[in-house]
Ligand binder design. Structure first.
Ligand SMILES: Nc1ncnc2c1ncn2[C@@H]1O[C@H](COP(=O)(O)OP(=O)(O)OP(=O)(O)O)[C@@H](O)[C@H]1O
Ligand SMILES: [Mg+2]
Length: 357
């Protein structure tokens, strides 16, 4: 399952490219589907367009949270002003404050020039707090303060800067549950979750699958220069029945891959052009948390940072437990360590065997 890290600072196109794409490739930003569920989502988007009301978008991975966040901004009253996204889960804790608030030259070693943070850049526009559930409690307090006071200081600065941003957030966890577990501040929740848009998983809106398939076939056909213009009925049946744990992103990638592997003289997509990995729904949460861990490591690597071995170890222990469905002895054997070692490390990292079941 492909996972893209949604930080402006890493792989996100520049603001100019984003606007260019928006104008030149409107198809890429279209929210496809006509099921009752997606119509409800579109209606909800419509409701919040004319206001500044903070919106939270909840849905599993790949359901289109970012697409909806962009629609809220680009179809709304702030569309002429900037849209900035920050992936709260992928940015290392020690960098998130700088990313959000910026810093003054000389405020710490390496701060050779002033840096403008997202709250300042997005002024007048929208700040998209992606994976907001991944934020530490400390960062949550800082964001709460900015939202309440509508001003902030750059790191190392003492000037108070006024900010006028609309907050749109996304979460792939139920934040009310996170509050119960003391992982999310209730007061921040009520500030950011004034209007909730819930995107149902693809398996709960199978009616949308044929339309999505046709749109993606057309899109990737054009891009790959192939002439596939049909999907065999038995293929479509399989595509509709599959449970798509990675939702629309997975479907999109499956079509892209199928077009790639289909031989040139075929004009129809057949079941053998697809593989339907058997990821169980119960494993999804774990797969997501694993992907989350991996994407954090990826960001640190790209930034040229040295990653503490403990962080690497934690991700791979979680992966081993996921593969063995929480069987500690088997995980220990596969990792080449003793049972007591893995027990100790699980305790150190707060991993529960149940997480993987
Ligand atoms: N209704 C839709 N119509 C067309 N394309 C869609 C739709 N929903 C999602 N997509 C496409 O699927 C991909 C994943 O969507 P997006 O990145 O918005 O999901 P997400 O919920 O933010 O996922 P994650 O939780 O993993 O960050 C994108 O390429 C997006 O354009
Ligand atoms: Mg996203």
């Amino acid at each position: 399952m492909e996972k893209h890290v949604t930080t402006e600072t890493t792989e996100r196109p520049s603001e100019f490219q984003q606007e260019f794409r928006l104008r030149e490739e409107p198809d890429l930003w279209r929210i496809i589907g006509s099921s009752k569920e997606i119509k409800d989502v579109l209606e909800n988007i419509q409701i919040v367009l004319e206001s500044d009301i903070p919106v939270i978008i909840q849905g599993e991975t790949g359901t289109g949270k970012e697409l909806v966040a962009r629609a809220v901004h680009y179809r709304g009253i702030r569309s002429k002003n900037p849209f900035y996204a920050i992936n709260c889960a992928a940015i290392p804790e020690n960098l998130i404050e700088s990313e959000l608030f910026g810093y003054e030259k000389g405020s710490f070693t390496g701060a050779t020039q002033q840096y403008i943070g997202k709250f300042e850049k997005a002024n007048g526009g929208t700040l998209f707090l992606d994976e907001v559930n991944g934020m530490s409690l400390t960062t949550q307090s800082k964001i709460l303060r900015v939202i309440e006071e509508q001003c902030f200081e750059r790191v190392g600065g003492n000037k108070s800067i006024k900010t006028d941003v609309r907050i749109v957030s996304a979460s792939n966890q139920d934040l009310l549950e996170e509050i119960q577990e003391n992982r999310f501040r209730e007061d921040l929740y009520y500030r950011i979750a004034v209007f909730k848009i819930e995107i149902p998983p693809l398996r709960k809106r199978q009616d949308d699958i044929p339309e999505l398939v046709h749109c993606f076939v057309k899109r990737y056909n054009t891009l790959s220069g192939k002439r596939i213009n049909n999907v065999d009925p038995s293929t479509m049946e399989k595509l509709v029945q599959y449970h798509w744990p990675g939702n629309i992103r997975q479907l999109q990638n499956a079509i892209r891959r199928a077009i790639l592997v289909a031989v040139t003289n075929h004009d129809v997509l057949l079941p053998e052009h697809f593989d339907f990995p058997d990821v169980k729904e119960s494993n999804l949460k774990m797969v997501e948390s694993l992907e989350f861990g991996l994407s954090k490591l990826e960001v640190s690597l790209k930034r040229g940072e040295v990653i503490p071995l403990s962080e690497v170890e934690e991700v791979f222990i979680r992966q081993a437990l996921s593969i063995t469905q929480g069987n500690i002895s088997e995980a220990a054997e596969k990792l080449g360590v003793s049972r007591s070692t893995i027990y100790r490390k699980m305790e150190d990292y707060g991993i529960k065997a149940d997480d993987s079941k």
